[in-house]
Ligand binder design. Sequence first.
Ligand code: ADP
Ligand code: MG
Length: 254
Amino acid sequence: MPRAPEPVPVASNENTMSSTQVHHSTAAVRTENVTRHYPMGEGLIRAVDGVSLTIEPGEFVALLGQSGSGKSTLLNLLAGLDRPTSGSVVVHGRDLAKMSAEDLARYRRNDVGMVFQAFHLISSMTITENVELPMRFAEVDRAERAQRSRESLERVGLGKRLEHRPSQLSGGEQQRVSLARALANRPRLLLADEPTGNLDSRTGEGILNLIRDLSLSLGMTVVMVTHERALAERFAQRSIFLADGRLASEEVRA
Ligand code: ADP
Ligand code: MG
């Protein structure tokens, strides 16, 4: 008689999963016992302290926790902006901890999109130029860049503002530009760190609606850091709570 598959723990603080499990290569994100420690004087800040979690393709996950609980540090590890002190961070089957600096840069350019609380737009450039900038680094050719930036800006509802500069736009519109920029390389994984932190609540909800719609239509995995539990409950399929760099609990939306 065939054995029923064993339930797979989705998130735990311990490294309980063997590397031979079937889910290994299909997960969008999988961390195993990942840590990021910072030296401080004689001691150590354990910003991320042994986190094992699995995120499935297309999932919309919120990372919650108090200020200083390690949310941004964990997100930056997934983004390849930082390297773990120990443990592994596997995105789409590739271990970021083992990548060369060059491969990691390519990963950041091509495989992930990032959105931050502060929009990080360049004020002297039009929004089209802002969206095109990462594609220039990725050496996407000019015609393709123009087409993708227009398409991305249309996706976020800014198709009529292509030649505007950031200062001519509201905060919500500027965050939509940064979302368009994150989407331009068609990432499979979108990472957002407090994307609504600088926006009023109604505008913030608009951004999250947009991110959720894009996630559904593009099949894109989303990991969003927020400290607003109500927003997480409304938009994310799963909320993961961090405390002192460790997984504290998780809630799956009914
Ligand atoms: P959160 O995003 O949940 O507010 P962070 O991930 O930014 O938390 O920070 C987690 C902990 O790690 C905090 O104690 C913070 O001070 C510390 N930390 C973050 N980045 C650094 C760094 N570059 N050097 C030293 N300590 C850091
Ligand atoms: Mg943070």
